[in-house]
Design a binder for this molecule. Structure first.
Ligand code: ATP
Length: 569
């Protein structure tokens, strides 16, 4: 990240005076609620609960004010670490922006007060109970249009306010959009923001200028590596082209990021993806992204008007500053949205949903996870919050093909199936991909398992991926995420495990994580959903054995967890 050029002071962490509550408690209603008069907060005023997130130089805790019992998110930054990492500008900037946003009634994480002790700085923030937007997109694969509309509108309204104050976010992305207890948007992370000089509409980052390397890709890449450090604000996938070329950012840079986020909500993945940052940047500079089959037409129109290389040509870029973005609001995608009352509206629920192809209807899930995401803050939750996703999907890389089923396949796949029919009708073909006639694991003796394992080792090419477990069922499936599909070999094994392998590169891509909560939901002979607490997996068996898969997985669940048979359907 480049050091900000103005607006903030250089040097060490903010002196104590600047870390005091923003305004005297008597004049600030917010601080009056948190702060009994003339009482400066210290860590002793809070009961620190669990860690809810970690940044590069901060740890965020949930904490309860002992005077009011109110919950806050307290971001704790080690002074020593900030100095060592030369992040004092970043911290100061974040605090300045949060202070500027103190009067915003909604849309932003709110800073209630700051204090410090000899080792740490404390930021007392509103607690976004439902975490980040990103895991919600990942959980359901894609948002339906109603959800996309609502969340795009809330983000747009936040940007209108932010830009009205002359602040560019510069790192807008689904990880920086938090959700409050009612699932409304709270934009956060202003450490990369830019406070514009009122006379200017753009800002230049203080970095070296890129010189070309005569088209030699290796030289360009090397040069890129040299310049990457300190030359780039934001996150690769959402960064605007002008930031890469001229190192300038304007309000329109955030509109580019908005375009990327709208795309991601509809399609399930951001528009510019690759294995390396360098390749992502090349795609951004060439405006190289695809609109997959089934992408909503109005959303496509909006996205294509935001993802425009020339910043001034982006929808909204020429709207008068300070008046919001009437031209974006007027886009037909937002038809019917009442922007003024968004924060009072109940957000549409985020349900598992499989977008259809352009010709066919979507498949909606009948299944409802008890709460939006798993409650509690155990290790699994932290893993989710920290975006580690260990043991889960690693399939978000570049080896993605858009849905390419033939029209014949599609009509079979998408034929509406009512769930009674789906479960009642017997499969047309016999199971051909169960191992050894599909014996139930419960029926196998240890000796039989040993013999089968021996045979598997000698004859089954997928054996190397299953860590010594016995494969009970295997088969090619199309694993869908949003509007994208990948072909995978799915392996149900003892353990239990559900491994999936990239059959072209013969690489283990991940596992569907098992737990007693795992549920299968057949949608028709080809499509079935596997619901886990943190994600719904959309799987298509082109051979038409979806019901067999569901039965085998459910049997395994009952065998391992001793629970009653209940599929989601
Ligand atoms: P970096 O500092 O590296 O850019 P970051 O901005 O994500 O990372 P933090 O602001 O320290 O770092 O936040 C760390 C994590 O804590 C976030 O990813 C978020 O999930 C969680 N978090 C931050 N603020 C809040 C909040 N007000 N309510 C709930 N969770 C929060």
């Amino acid at each position: 990240m480049s050091p900000p050029t103005n607006d903030v002071t250089n040097g060490v962490v903010a002196p104590p005076s600047t870390l005091a509550p923003r305004v005297p408690p008597t004049t600030n209603p917010t601080l009056t609620t948190i702060n009994p008069p003339s009482h400066k907060r210290t860590p002793k005023d809070f009961i620190f609960g669990k860690v809810i997130g970690e940044g590069s130089f901060s740890t965020v805790y949930i904490a309860k004010d002992i005077h009011t019992s109110k919950e806050y998110a307290i971001k704790v930054c080690e002074k020593r670490h900030i100095l060592k990492e030369k992040k004092s500008e970043y911290v100061k900037l974040e605090k300045d922006v949060l202070n500027m946003l103190a009067d915003a009634k909604h849309s932003f994480v709110r800073l209630f007060c700051t204090f410090q002790d000899s080792e740490r700085l404390y930021f007392v923030l509103s607690y976004a109970k439902n975490g980040e937007l990103l895991p919600y997109i990942n959980k359901v694969g894609s948002f339906d249009i109603e959800c996309t509309k609502f969340y795009s509108a809330e983000i747009l309204r936040g940007l209108e306010y932010l830009h009205g104050l002359g602040i560019i976010h510069r790192d807008l992305k689904p990880e920086n959009i938090l959700l409050d207890e009612k699932m409304h948007v709270l934009i956060t992370d202003f450490g990369s923001a830019k406070i514009l000089d009122n006379r200017k509409t753009t800002t230049t980052t203080t970095t070296t200028t890129t010189t070309t390397s005569d088209g030699d890709p290796d030289a360009q890449q090397q040069q890129y590596r040299r310049e990457r450090r300190g030359s780039f604000v934001g996150t690769a996938q959402y960064v605007s082209p002008e930031l890469l070329t001229d190192k300038t950012a304007s309000r329109a840079s955030d509109l580019w990021a908005l375009g990327c986020i709208v795309y991601q909500m509809v399609a399930g993945l951001p528009p510019f993806r690759s294995r390396s940052e360098y390749m992502i940047f090349q795609k951004i500079l060439k405006l190289e992204y695809e609109i997959p089959d089934g992408f909503d037409e109005l959303a496509k129109s909006l996205v294509s008007q935001l993802l425009v290389l020339e910043p001034t040509q982006r929808l909204g870029a020429l709207d008068a500053h300070g008046d919001g973005y009437p031209s974006i609001r007027a886009h037909p995608f937002f038809e019917g949205v009442n922007f003024e009352t968004l924060h009072e509206q109940t957000p549409p629920p985020i349900y598992p949903y499989l977008p259809g192809t352009s010709e066919h209807e979507e498949l909606r899930s009948q299944y409802r996870v008890p709460d939006n995401l798993e409650p509690g803050l155990d290790d699994k939750q932290l893993t989710r919050l920290l975006g580690l996703g260990i043991g889960e999907d690693t399939d978000d890389d570049d080896d993605i093909t858009t849905t390419n089923t033939t029209s014949v396949e599609r009509s079979a796949v998408n034929k509406p199936v009512n769930k009674t029919t789906a479960t009642a009708v017997k499969p047309i073909r016999r199971i051909n991909n169960n191992i050894d006639g599909g014996a139930k694991i419960a029926d196998l003796t240890p000796e039989q398992i040993r013999m089968r394992l021996e045979k598997q080792r000698a004859t089954n090419q997928w054996d190397t991926f299953v860590e010594g477990n016995l494969i009970l069922k295997q088969g090619f499936v199309n694993k869908r995420k949003g509007l994208f599909t990948r072909r995978r070999m799915l392996l149900l094994t003892t353990g239990p495990h559900l491994y999936y392998i990239d059959p072209f590169n013969m690489v283990l891509k991940g596992e569907i994580p098992w737990s007693p909560e795992l549920r299968v939901e057949p949608k028709n002979f080809k499509i079935f959903f596997v619901h886990t607490p943190n994600r719904t997996y959309y799987l298509e068996d082109p051979e038409g054995f979806a019901l067999e898969w569901c039965r085998a997985i459910e049997e395994m669940r009952v065998h391992c967890y001793g629970l009653q048979e209940t599929t989601a359907a």
